[in-house]
Design a protein around this ligand. Structure first.
Ligand code: EPU
Length: 425
């Protein structure tokens, strides 16, 4: 039997919530552990479904992985397999991040094509082209990316688009290549800087992390390290939107507010009083009904596509009309169909959505199509009359640790209904 959440409408969220390590960082840090023989320790890991799935991917190539509360220990053996074909590969996108480390270390890799959220087309052409520039061959064969090289050499690589995954894979292959690699139009997300920091602690020579030009001087080998994952800015922003939507007052700790500057500025424009605590967190107070604000998704430091559902959800209860433009994943507007079930006055036209705010949403059964859409529907349910059933909540469990517990502690009433879920497990 599948699970759903009963979300009781009418909550005003108040209190403090702590954010732990970022999903989109920890999964790549786990892949980076393949680059060094021995035991790498990663702390501040979130208790989400994707972490044990990634552990299975690493076990499939011969690693020993222990998950002990928020600590993940990965022991990489001297003899590593180049074939990553665990069933877990198809369940998450980040599994493809073993490609770069395997090619870097073993000069060959057979990596099953990844799964992940149904948010639009997610090709791997930039990952493959980058590896080719470093001297590897790369092809898709029988559902796998197959890459092979005699040896890897430094190269000048221009990305067509600042892809997070391609930047990570190329970076993790380049750290063990001979000579200098320059990645231009690289992704600048804080999670890329986090990976570069961990690789640096392992002995890699990388400069420019967090800018659009990454320079890597290849080294002969890396050593294991202990690294603390940065706080999850997307989870932190989720709580910020939750506060704004429910006219609440929420303090969020464990996340660097510099990673959310644009988001917090948008909430100020919507009428929120925002206080930031350097490097530690922020507080969002929303005294009145939010005012409508426009949003445009772009790679960091633009407004994250992962936050687009929350922008739509906020706009749906704001005073006025908002235009939301999606520039990264075309299928993310699927979320709007579910919002319309909840009484949102919203329609899409290509990359744009127009949302006219209503005073109150109206409860209905709705279906989560990905992690963020699921969380967005729960926040919308808090602003509806009656009880909103949110189905397919396994998506939410992939990305949000203790989602229901955190919201209930802030004053929401949400019941998990059905078989006991993985949350906290
Ligand atoms: N793209 C290509 N070719 C490539 C790679 C990407 O055309 O070779 C395109 C994609 O189709 C997309 C754009 O480039 O239009 C951006 O994709 P990117 O590679 O940056 O995304 P990703 O690495 O696959 C990560 C996050 C996503 C997040 C995006 C954008 C992980 C595991 N996933 O995906 O997070 O939306 O960056 O910021 O890091 C989520 O957490 O809910 C989530 C979906």
């Amino acid at each position: 039997m599948s699970e759903h959440f009963d979300v009781h409408g009418g909550a005003r969220l108040t209190g403090e919530v702590e954010v732990v390590g970022a999903k989109n960082s920890v999964l790549k840090l786990m892949a980076a552990a393949l680059l060094a023989e021995g035991t790498t320790t990663i702390t501040n890991c979130p208790r989400i479904l994707d972490v044990p799935l990634m552990a299975d991917v690493l076990r499939s190539v011969g690693c020993h992985v222990e998950i002990d509360d928020d600590v993940v220990r990965i022991t990489t053996p001297a003899e590593l397999s180049h074939e990553a074909s665990s069933g877990a590969m198809s369940k998450l996108r980040a599994s493809v991040c073993v490609l770069g480390p395997l090619v870097g270390k073993l000069k060959k890799a057979v990596v099953a094509l990844p799964g992940g959220d149904a948010i639009g087309s997610r090709p791997l052409d930039m990952h493959q082209n980058g590896l080719r520039k470093l001297g590897a061959t790369s092809a898709i064969e029988h559902g796998c990316v197959v890459a092979q090289a005699e040896g890897l050499h430094g190269a000048q690589i221009w990305l067509d688009f600042p892809s997070v995954g391609a930047t990570e894979n190329i970076l993790m292959a380049a750290v063990l290549a001979e000579g200098t690699t320059v990645i231009d139009n690289a992704a600048r997300e804080p999670e890329i800087a986090d990976i570069a920091a961990m690789l640096g602690e392992m002995g890699a020579k990388i400069s420019g992390a967090g800018t659009s030009t990454l320079t890597v001087e290849g080294v002969a080998e890396l050593k294991p390290t202990e690294h603390r994952v940065i706080g999850d800015r997307i989870v932190g922003a989720t709580w910020a939107f939750a506060a704004a939507m429910t006219r609440g007052d929420v303090t969020v700790t464990g996340v660097d507010p510099h990673h959310l500057e644009l988001v917090l500025e948008k909430l100020r424009l919507a009428g929120a009083e925002v206080t930031t605590y350097d490097g530690k967190g922020f507080r969002v107070r929303q005294p009145e009904r939010p005012q409508s604000v426009d949003f445009v998704t772009l790679p960091y430091p633009g407004f994250a596509t992962d936050l687009q559902p929350f922008a739509v959800a906020l706009s749906s209860v704001s005073d006025g009309t908002s235009m939301i433009t999606e520039n990264v994943y075309e299928a993310r507007f699927r979320f709007i169909e579910e919002m319309v079930r909840l009484g949102a006055d919203a329609r899409t036209d290509g990359h744009h959505a127009v949302v006219r705010g209503v005073e109150q949403l109206s409860s209905a059964p709705v279906w989560a199509s990905d992690i963020r859409a699921g969380a967005g529907l729960v926040l919308a349910g808090l602003c509806a009359d009656g009880i909103t059933e949110v189905w397919d909540v396994f998506h939410i469990d992939r990305g949000y640790p203790h989602f229901v517990e955190n919201l209930n502690r802030l004053g929401a009433r949400i019941d998990r209904v059905g078989t006991s879920g993985p949350e906290g497990g």
